[in-house]
Design a protein around this ligand. Structure first.
Ligand SMILES: Cc1cc2nc3c(=O)[nH]c(=O)nc-3n(C[C@H](O)[C@H](O)[C@H](O)COP(=O)(O)OP(=O)(O)OC[C@H]3O[C@@H](n4cnc5c(N)ncnc54)[C@H](O)[C@@H]3O)c2cc1C
Length: 545
């Protein structure tokens, strides 16, 4: 390009524009296995900045310019990195505009932890927060359609988005929310860009109504593809549903209206220690019958790795509460040394309006699992419960700070199958994994059949890349055989985009392509992700260490 991009953008943007080498290096990564260095980083100060930037890029599309929105950069798929302009939302789009009686309006760059403080002050909660709750933003949650420990009961982020403001490729900001048939007809009658968008999407979802409805993966959680099946039910038409989980590939989200819930006041954990996977599905079903608020798990490797690298990990935690933490882990350390290590630890959180209600539910749940003769315990204090949550929530975050030469390599990190299929599915999965000499951890959302397998590998070793490609293909083929989703919550990005056609079939994939074409025919929004992903590109951009 003949011009200095930074200089050009500085003329049209009030917010910061940077091409400082250190900054570019930093934004070349997210929490995925990839590295893609941007040309420029822009931090738009307001909606007008976003609009000016989109207009500029749209006008210079021939120069290969594009915009990759980025919030906290904790994406595990390569979704938050791109070659051209990375648009950072955290510096200025960080205002919570209003917390109402049952909803809230916020900018997308607000960190979940800050958002939660504001909602809890009004005794309200946005329940689909991810395990990365301390380090991610609400905008990233929307763009990835994130889920977490409370999704079993409440569903994912898609269920809590009541409306969105989005800047589209014409550089204008639009509001998307549920419309009645009459409102939809009025929109479609508009002789402008918005009217065209409504007519085009309506055509896709109405002409292919049955195909689209059938395409919805038959699992409780899915972040793959575009949420086409949620747009239109022949009564309500809601384009905001399409942006949830779209990873910034259709436009830039500038404002979010969330629906919120009143959190339960009392909770306790039922902790179960399983020696093998044999009865997992039966136990899971017995526990699910008592409607736990969360039903999570982690495996022996998670526990071993947390303990083995405790020194490293404690240091990475900045010396915070090390002794307390070490003390709390003593019983687990004892289990390791005495060979009494469980294969899987299950955590079921039971909630209610009073302690009596919680205790009553727990007593019933314990009775229901009694026939399986597994060890179990109920946490007595909040501190004790916190220890289990730390292991579940933080293990990946701690591990990704790299352990010795190995680093976390998420590429089969988020599949979702029906819980009823677990007894057959898991042994087949382990048979595949055991073909490789891999160190990996398994944690996940048992109640949803959604598991996170995170191998620890040496990316400098030339043998690593081929394993990633081969193993991903094998695992996803198995997941698809069971009618599952390759991603329950982390989304597609660079890593899983190439498998979308295999997962959904050519017909539905063509509809996804059509959606991308309607909103972004020139590929200016987060190019090379989702339907435009290529495994050749992905493999060429795996980070070196
Ligand atoms: C330790 C750890 C644990 C995790 N646990 C979970 C988990 O339990 N559940 C889960 O779902 N995920 C999990 N993740 C993945 C990730 O944290 C979540 O998906 C999170 O919601 C991403 O938020 P972010 O602010 O970091 O977004 P980013 O990573 O910055 O961006 C995510 C995607 O959203 C797009 N985007 C961001 N802002 C906008 C915008 N304004 N408009 C349009 N597009 C935008 C980006 O282009 C990118 O594709 C985990 C990650 C880590 C590192």
């Amino acid at each position: 390009m003949g011009m200095d991009l930074k200089e050009e953008l500085s003329k049209i943007i009030i917010g910061e524009v940077s091409d400082d080498a250190t900054a570019l290096d930093r934004k070349a990564r997210d929490a995925s296995i990839f590295e893609v260095r941007p040309t420029v980083i822009v931090a738009p100060r307001d909606v007008e900045d976003v609009q000016n930037l989109v207009r500029y890029v749209a006008a210079h599309k021939g120069d290969g310019l594009s915009i990759t929105p980025r919030a906290a950069g904790t994406d595990m798929t390569g979704g938050a990195i791109g070659e051209s302009i990375v648009m950072e939302m955290t510096p200025h789009f960080n205002q919570i505009k209003e917390v109402g009686e049952g909803d809230a309006v916020t900018e997308p760059g607000v960190f979940y932890r800050d958002f939660e403080k504001a909602t809890l002050a009004k005794n309200l909660l946005l329940p689909p927060y991810p395990a990365s709750r301390e380090i991610c933003t609400v905008g990233g949650m929307v763009a990835n359609n994130s889920g977490g420990e409370k999704s079993l009961r409440y569903g994912k982020t898609e269920h809590f988005v009541a409306g969105l403001k989005v800047v589209l490729r014409d550089g204008k900001e639009y509001t998307f929310a549920p419309l009645s048939r009459l409102q939809l007809d009025l929109k479609m009658a508009q002789n402008d860009f918005e009217g065209e968008i409504y007519r085009s999407v309506y055509n896709v979802v109405e002409k292919n109504y049955d195909l689209v409805k059938r395409a919805k993966p038959d699992v409780t959680k899915n972040s793959a593809g575009y949420n086409l099946w949620s747009v239109w039910d022949r009564e309500t038409f809601d384009l905001s549903k399409l942006f949830v989980g779209s990873q910034g590939t259709l436009g830039v989200i500038t404002e979010i209206r969330f629906r919120l819930v009143k959190p339960e006041t009392h909770s306790k954990l039922l902790v179960m220690f399983l020696r093998d996977f044999g009865k997992l599905a039966e136990i899971a079903n017995a526990v699910i019958a008592f409607k736990p608020e969360s039903f999570e798990s982690y495996d022996d490797n998670t526990l071993k790795i947390v303990l083995r690298y405790f020194g490293d990990l404690a240091k990475q935690m900045g010396g915070k509460n090390i002794f307390q933490l070490a003390w709390a882990f003593l019983p687990e350390a004892f289990m390791v040394f005495t060979g009494g290590m469980p294969k899987l630890v299950l955590l079921a959180e039971v909630t209610g309006a009073s302690e009596e209600e919680v205790d009553a539910k727990l007593a019933q749940a314990q009775k229901a699992i009694a026939p399986f003769q597994i060890r179990s315990r109920v946490t007595k204090t909040e501190d004790e419960a916190r220890k289990y949550w730390v292991m579940r929530r933080e293990s990946f975050n701690l591990l990704r700070k790299r352990v010795k030469k190995l680093c976390t390599v998420p590429f089969i990190d988020d599949f979702c199958v029906r819980p009823a299929d677990l007894p057959k599915f898991l042994p087949e999965l382990y048979a595949i994994l055991n073909q490789y000499d891999l160190l990996f951890t398994v944690a996940g959302h048992v109640g949803d059949g959604n598991f996170h397998i995170i191998p620890l590998m040496d990316l400098a070793d030339p043998k690593t890349k081929p394993i990633i490609e081969e193993l991903a293909q094998k695992v996803y083929t198995l997941v698809f055989k069971y009618g599952g989703s390759m991603t329950g919550e982390h989304n597609d990005g660079l890593i899983r985009g190439p498998y979308l056609k295999q997962m959904f079939g050519a017909e539905v994939f063509a509809l996804f392509k059509e959606i991308k074409r309607i909103f972004d025919p020139d590929g200016i929004f987060n190019p090379g992700k989702k339907v435009d992903a290529s495994s050749v590109y992905a493999m060429a951009h795996i980070k070196k260490d």
